[in-house]
Write a protein that binds this ligand. Structure first.
Ligand SMILES: NC(=O)c1ccc[n+]([C@@H]2O[C@H](COP(=O)([O-])OP(=O)(O)OC[C@H]3O[C@@H](n4cnc5c(N)ncnc54)[C@H](OP(=O)(O)O)[C@@H]3O)[C@@H](O)[C@H]2O)c1
Length: 287
């Protein structure tokens, strides 16, 4: 943070979660604030489950302008906010909070960030068959935005009930059938034969277990687009094997940068320098 003066007027943004030490968000946002000469700073706060209420009161009391929210608070924070963006309300999870003079509004930029990552590469998911692996928090955000956009979804999860719950909520909200299947090799092979896009939202393949992959290489083929939302490593084994099969890939770093960019825009009212944010995030990951 050299050459940057924190003064009496500096606005504060940050991220709350537990654990939080591994977060790349401070480096990404502070790089942008510095480059754009903005009087903002971004910090990480370790907030335990039982401390969430006090943390949110503290956001009001200290006039913290914006927060990102990560595990384990994305759902629990909702009743503590004053307003919810429509998409965040549908998804039932918040990853960004904006503080307007004590009025706290919750958004879900994970969902929109995922969509932007596809669209910036000219991939339009409307009308496409999408296979989603996993049914956790990130899967829910992604499934909802894809259903809203008009994709047909098959959700596979190790715990079938969670996939069913997500699919049935999509059915209620969008009057659109989403299939829920147990995540086993037979179901996966069948689902992938008709898929245009495969999205891994499980943590399989994430550092330090980088030798793992959720999909065996023989199921990958040209024509398929594979998106892995795991961003550490930037290129997971799944993405390496997809590329080797002659198919297109999108790394989780793109969604990560876009969710941050959209949060930045909500806090500052400025257009986010997405390229700069991506360079800053990649620099940390490559260290
Ligand atoms: N790129 C981005 O911006 C971004 C944003 C958010 C999250 N992420 C990444 O996405 C991943 C998931 O995050 P989350 O918040 O959705 O976590 P979560 O709510 O804990 O969900 C984890 C999901 O992974 C599945 N899973 C875990 N281990 C598995 C295994 N060995 N085999 C099969 N399935 C397994 C879980 O299945 P069960 O339900 O059966 O347990 C669940 O569906 C993490 O790696 C996270 O870093 C990336």
């Amino acid at each position: 943070m050299e050459n940057r003066l924190i003064s009496g007027t500096t606005k504060i943004c940050g991220v709350i979660g537990d654990p939080i030490a591994h977060t790349m968000s401070p480096v990404m946002h502070n790089a942008v604030f510095k480059e754009m000469g903005m009087d903002y700073v971004y910090v990480a706060f370790q907030v335990k489950k039982e401390g969430l209420g006090e943390a949110i009161q503290g956001m009001r009391g200290l006039n913290i302008r914006g927060l990102n929210v990560t595990i384990p608070h994305k759902v629990a924070i909702i009743p503590l906010l004053d307003r919810l963006d429509h998409l965040a309300e549908l998804i039932g999870a918040v990853n960004t909070v904006v503080n307007d003079n004590g009025v706290l509004t919750g958004y879900n930029t994970d969902a929109e960030g995922f969509l932007r990552a596809l669209l910036e590469r000219g991939i339009e998911p409307r009308g496409k068959n999408v296979v989603i692996l996993g049914a956790g928090g990130a899967s829910r955000a992604i499934s909802f935005i894809l259903a809203e956009r008009g994709s047909s979804l098959v959700i596979l999860n190790r715990t079938l009930d969670k996939a069913k719950e997500c699919a049935s909520r999509i059915g209620e909200v969008f009057q659109k059938e989403a299939k829920a299947l147990e995540f086993d090799s037979e179901n996966l092979a069948k689902a992938l034969t008709e898929a245009d896009i495969l999205v891994n939202t499980t943590s399989v393949g994430m550092y330090p277990d980088t030798g793992e992959t959720p999909v065996s290489a023989d199921l990958l083929r040209p024509g398929l687009i594979a998106v892995d939302i795991v961003y550490n490593p930037i290129k997971t084994r799944l993405l390496e094997e997809t590329e080797a099969a002659g198919a297109r890939t999108i790394s989780g770093i793109d969604m990560f940068v876009w969710q941050g960019a959209l949060a930045f825009e909500k806090w500052t009212g400025l257009k986010a320098p997405v390229k700069l944010m991506k360079e800053a995030a990649i620099k940390v990951l490559e260290k």
